[in-house]
Design a protein around this ligand. Structure first.
Ligand code: NAP
Length: 539
């Protein structure tokens, strides 16, 4: 053991991040008898639901599948108020779970992990933080989130602006007063859309800077009454089974409907029926051809374009709001509520930065090629360095001192099923590239599956008296080849978005999430466990 190792606090596992996965990681690893130490940069638990407290933040998965399944008592006692709860309710739920299962006692908050270094001799990780902690652990769980490293585009003279700039992923806890203010929102992804539709009625004047128009689905968000809740709780066991068996970890799944064989009226009626559910079911609970077949995709695209156009009064504004450069569902489809109606308000202006690009920030606002717009507040709804950002912002060093950041820069991003990386023994990840969790999954379904697999794997290593596990080079290469093959069967790689890494300059362009289905991924994971991690190096 090195001097650093012996001076360090000794634990069995370090868990980084107190979001959905990290909290569950603590719970499951403790159950397996491990001594754990968690670190979280925020003041409390919640992860995404701690940081993203921007106006209108709301989940796009139904509440009854956006929860933990490990405790019947928890399911019985927690009451969801509506189908798609807003951020405060989900944050409250996660705090309730943390209290009930005493998760907090194993986390140190307001502490950022700066580095994690693997010691080849001791076969342990040394984790260091910005608060001076040095912890030695056999296992490292990086539950750092897939959408947690905010992206701030390098706008010229951004620092000159005298007003307030806020990234949605770092929203101030005390909130922001918009009354009478001139507000600019940059970005119209799932986040920007929620912000715009929420603050449009509150602000003095709103300018929305859109680069790419998105397809959307109107959210249907009924309140639950006691009878609804009782029904959902009674059906929870069956629901748990169901979400584990579907393509994207939702309760809906691909249907066998032959849409293209229908006459135009029947087809329109079918599309309207799916659309009226007001959920992501129109996308990943309709027919798989929507993601695989250009002609089917064109039918969906045309349908949604007509729906958008019908709601916008000014046809010139509608032209800008209708997507023109990609097919429906090849990037994340946001749910919206009265988003398009916001653009019918006289105090809301849409600026296409494709047509009139942002030239610079000024002291007073933003200047595009069309002129200067005065602003008091600029909201960056500009997204995240998805999948890899949170991992590479930590100085992770694997075997032989290899830096994960350099490794991925030089050799491309590589993982084995988004769970481990060859060359980084005993390091596990959730929501990392090349698992469905990275994008094509109801996040809690996939995160719980991954954490369960990780906890079982760690337990196996300990019980067999071994010290370390990592995927062999062959299994990793095989997974990457399979991942690419499946990705290329879909239309997704044809479109730019964070799914492809194209929102980050210089990031290798490769589909981040495994597109072969969460249920198939689960089967591969289960098989690996049953075969005692064949293809992994266990020392
Ligand atoms: P995003 O989807 O990456 O959207 C970022 C937006 O910023 C895009 O409109 C992008 O334009 C724009 N942008 C980026 N750089 C720009 C620049 N230099 N100039 C002008 N515009 C720029 O990020 P997000 O909206 O935060 O959403 C990320 C993901 O978080 C979602 O896809 C979803 O998975 C998750 N999310 C979920 C929910 C929910 O469940 N309800 C809510 C919010 C977010 P381009 O499109 O042209 O790149």
């Amino acid at each position: 053991m090195s001097q650093v190792q012996s001076a360090a606090k000794q634990v069995d596992a370090v868990v980084v991040g107190a979001g959905f996965a990290g909290m569950y990681g603590i719970q499951r690893l403790r159950e397996k008898g491990l001594k754990v130490q968690g670190f979280e940069a925020g003041h409390s638990v919640g992860g995404t639901w701690y940081w993203n407290r921007y106006p209108g933040a709301r989940v796009d998965s139904q509440a009854y599948i956006y929860q933990y399944w490990f405790s019947d008592e928890l399911i019985k006692e927690w009451d969801w108020s509506e189908r798609f709860p807003a951020q405060p309710e989900t944050e409250k739920y996660l705090n309730h779970v943390a209290d009930k299962f005493e998760i907090r006692k194993d986390f140190q908050f307001e502490t950022k992990v700066e580095a994690a270094k693997w010691d080849d001799g001791a076969k342990r990780w040394t984790v260091t933080t910005d608060k001076g902690d040095v912890v030695s652990a056999q296992f490292l769980l990086m539950s750092t989130g897939g959408l947690s490293a905010p992206l701030v585009p390098p706008f010229k003279h951004h620092e000159k602006f005298k007003g307030q700039i806020i990234h949605t992923g770092r929203w101030p806890k005390e909130g922001v007063d918009f009354a009478g203010k001139k507000v600019g929102v940059i970005g119209t992804g799932a986040t920007g859309i929620q912000v715009v539709q929420t603050i449009a009625p509150q602000v003095g004047q709103l300018t929305v800077y859109q680069r790419t128009a998105n397809y959307t689905i109107p959210m249907r968000n009924p309140k639950y009454d006691d009878a609804d809740r009782a029904g959902l709780k009674a059906g929870a066991k069956a629901m748990h089974k169901r979400v584990n068996s579907t393509f994207a970890g939702f309760d809906y799944d691909w249907q066998a409907t032959d849409l293209m064989a229908m006459n135009p009226e029947a087809r329109e009626a079918q599309l309207n029926e799916w659309f009226a559910d007001g959920s992501l079911g129109f996308w990943i609970g309709s027919i798989q051809g929507v993601l695989m077949d250009e002609s089917i995709n064109a039918v969906f695209s045309d349908f949604v374009k007509r729906k958008i156009r019908a709601r916008v009064h000014d046809p010139k504004v509608a032209d800008l709001l209708v997507p023109d450069d990609h097919g429906f569902g090849t990037r994340r489809v946001p749910l919206e509520t009265k988003y398009y109606e916001a653009f019918n308000q006289p105090n809301v202006k849409l600026v296409s930065v494709k047509k009139t690009p942002i030239v610079e920030f000024t002291e007073r606002g933003i200047r595009t090629t069309e002129g200067e717009q005065e602003l008091d507040i600029v909201i960056f709804a500009t997204g995240f360095d998805a999948g890899t950002g949170a991992l590479t912002r930590v100085d992770v060093r694997g075997e032989g001192g290899q830096s994960l950041r350099d490794d991925w820069n030089q050799h491309g991003i590589h993982t084995t099923m988004g769970l481990q990386v060859h060359g980084y023994p005993n390091m596990f990840m959730t929501m990392a590239p090349y698992s469905p969790a990275a994008a094509f999954c109801n996040v809690p379904t996939c995160l719980q599956q991954q954490v369960d697999w990780i906890a079982d794997c760690v337990d196996y290593v300990r019980k067999t008296g071994k010290q370390a596990i990592q995927p062999g080079a062959e299994i990793e290469n095989n997974w990457l080849a399979h991942h690419d093959e499946v990705a290329n069967l879909t239309l997704v790689p044809k479109t730019n978005s964070w799914y492809m890494g194209s929102n980050v300059e210089g990031k290798p362009r490769r589909l981040l999430a495994y597109a072969g289905g969460a249920q198939n991924y689960r089967a591969v994971c289960d098989d690996l466990k049953a075969k005692q991690y064949q293809g992994f190096e266990i020392a």
